[in-house]
Ligand binder design. Structure first.
Ligand SMILES: [Zn+2]
Ligand SMILES: [Zn+2]
Ligand SMILES: [Zn+2]
Ligand SMILES: [Zn+2]
Length: 245
């Protein structure tokens, strides 16, 4: 048997599984299903339905069955159409690495490679999106402020906490010289078993790093960035009024 080829397709499979971070529905394909799915995906690509093609390619990856050698190229092309440029480049590079000049779609792959240059550079230059080209959104909790006043985490916004010295009982035990257990009122909580929260001082509010965004002020989104800042809402309302005259 030609084991290098087997190893190659195994390596590709592992790589594709690794890349596929999007959780998909549980699909149990039948035997030999990957070539059928691949044909279906190609048909959807010809129809221009790249969303459907994308889903089919992801099913191929998640099937854990051997992946047709030309599949990474077609998947890269589909991802390019869906503007998922970073992921497209990943699959394209893997395709070229594994198939080299022998790939059926080598010429097309090189053409796609140069088509990817511009959008990838735009992503790199843009401050509004992450390195994969997905738009940052302003944190909905702190609205970009990074530090905020939020519910005290230590006391869960109750303002009081159970005493840890007496474990909430209000009493501590001591053995005297006759080895007899004596009970004393807890000096930390004055016998109450609980005391004012030491973090918020009973205010129930704690100011500090926003827990939603970890103090970054923005969050990742699944929206592909157009590398243009949003028009402020009040301005666009003004423009709309101007237009209506
Ligand atoms: Zn106590
Ligand atoms: Zn507190
Ligand atoms: Zn935040
Ligand atoms: Zn951007």
């Amino acid at each position: 048997m030609n084991s290098p080829k087997l190893i190659k397709s195994y390596v590709l499979m592992v790589f594709l599984c690794f890349l596929s971070t999007v959780s998909m529905s549980q699909v149990q394909p039948t035997l030999g299903g990957t070539s059928r799915m691949m044909n279906n995906a190609l048909a959807e690509m010809n129809k221009g339905d790249f969303e459907k093609a994308n889903n089919l390619f992801r099913q191929i990856i998640e099937s854990n069955l051997p992946i047709p050698p030309e599949m990474p190229y077609y998947f890269a092309e589909t991802l390019f159409q869906l503007k998922q440029y970073d992921n497209s480049a990943n699959f394209l590079n893997k395709y070229l690495e594994l198939n080299g000049l022998k790939g059926e779609n080598f010429e097309k792959a090189k053409a796609l490679e140069s088509m990817l240059e511009k959008p990838l550079n735009e992503i790199k230059a843009c401050q509004l999106c992450d390195r994969r080209g997905y738009k940052f959104q302003v944190c909905f909790t702190c609205e970009g402020a990074k530090d905020i006043e939020q519910d005290c985490n230590y006391c869960k916004a109750k303002g009081i906490v159970g005493c840890n010295k007496c474990v909430g009982s209000g009493l501590i035990t001591k053995r005297n010289v006759f080895n007899i257990v004596e009970y004393h009122e807890c000096d930390k909580c004055g016998g109450d078993g609980r005391h004012t929260c030491p973090i918020c001082d009973g205010t129930k509010i704690e100011s500090g790093t926003c827990r939603t965004c970890q103090g970054v002020g923005q969050l990742q989104s699944d929206q592909i960035c157009n590398h243009k800042a949003d028009e402020p809402r009040h301005l666009s309302a003004v423009f709309n009024r101007m237009r209506s005259h």
